[in-house]
Design a protein around this ligand. Structure first.
Ligand code: NAD
Length: 292
């Protein structure tokens, strides 16, 4: 079913996701603080709005794809925010990676105005955002989830309702532990192999079909071999996620010894001026340690 969709946050992920929604036949109204990002969407047929409020006034489903919790709070419930303009019965889908606490808080505020809300963060990075094959992990009420299927499948392939509000972003926190610790493990292995004098490219070909093979390995090793650290997922964004992981875990009494190490590695990379680079840069932390 074609819908009137609003899209706020047209960055690395939001731009290709909104292009795919237009390709799927949905009508799009967009907003971003970055005018260039808005212009490029308008050139392909979207309508520009002057605020999140105006996006909501012109849409039945409003998507946010913003960096962190405070951006989502400001855009949803701040001045000229979505909730000032949203019609009763409309649905907000926040696809950003934020804290479960803020996600639940905003869903409650939305419900008071008769507006449905889902947290629906994604995994797969820019390549899957471009292909429209993102993994989407959703938190919210089943009837709200069912009402926006055509929109979610316009951007993703595996779309899963995990539980009530906050469960989608909690699944994403867990996802980020797995992805980033995988990159760290992979980096230790690559640096060991390199310093031992093995041809690292051959080693990668040798192991990728075995138990060490993974989507992370196939996404990051070729980038590392090419010395390509241009961010798909930046250190900044992943550091934000692992910080949210630690806060959430500590609040409910879950010690995460490996994730806390990871946060220290991110801090070291930040001090080293690599905060805007891809999280594949974790390998450069290990290279420095081993003087490779
Ligand atoms: P990005 O920084 O490229 O894009 C964010 C966009 O939001 C920018 O265009 C920015 O101008 C806009 N923005 C910020 N504040 C705004 C406001 N108040 N009003 C309107 N627009 C505003 O970020 P991204 O890489 O696209 O990531 C977006 C979200 O998706 C993050 O939560 C991130 O953790 C998550 N995510 C990213 C990746 C990835 O590989 N990049 C993968 C999965 C999930």
């Amino acid at each position: 079913m074609e819908r009137k969709v609003g899209f706020i946050g047209l960055g690395i992920m939001g731009k290709p996701m909104s292009l795919n929604l237009m390709k799927a036949g949905h009508t799009l109204t967009v907003f971003d603080l970055n005018q260039e990002a808005v212009n490029s969407l308008v050139e392909t047929g979207a309508t520009a709005a002057s605020s999140p409020k105006e996006v909501a006034e012109n849409s039945d489903v409003i998507i946010t794809m913003l960096p962190a919790s405070h951006h989502v709070k400001a855009v949803v419930s701040g001045e000229k925010g979505i909730l000032e303009g949203a019609k009763e019965g409309s649905v907000i889908i926040d696809m950003s990676s934020i804290t479960p606490e803020v996600s639940r808080e905003l869903a409650e505020e939305a419900a008071k105005k008769g507006v449905g809300m889902l947290d629906a963060p994604v995994s797969g990075g820019e390549p899957k955002a471009i292909d429209g094959t993102l993994a989407i992990m959703v938190g919210g009420k089943e009837e709200v989830f069912e009402s926006v299927q055509s929109v979610l499948y316009g951007m993703g392939k595996d779309v899963t309702l995990v539980g009530d509000n906050g469960c989608g972003v909690t699944a994403k926190l867990a996802n980020q532990i797995i992805v980033n610790l995988n990159i760290a493990a992979m980096s230790e292995a690559l640096v060991l192999a390199a310093k031992a004098g093995i041809n690292v490219e051959k080693m990668y070909q040798a192991i990728r079909g075995g138990l060490a093979g993974s989507a992370v390995l196939d996404a990051k090793v070729p980038m590392i071999l090419d010395r390509n650290f241009v961010a798909g997922g930046s250190i900044a964004i992943n550091m934000k996620d692992i910080t949210n992981v630690m806060d959430t875990a500590h609040e409910i009494g879950v010690p995460l010894p490996l994730s806390s190490q990871l946060l220290e590695i991110f801090h070291a990379l930040k001090v080293d001026g690599k905060i805007k680079d891809d999280h594949g840069s974790i390998v450069r932390y290990y290279e420095k340690l081993a003087n490779v």
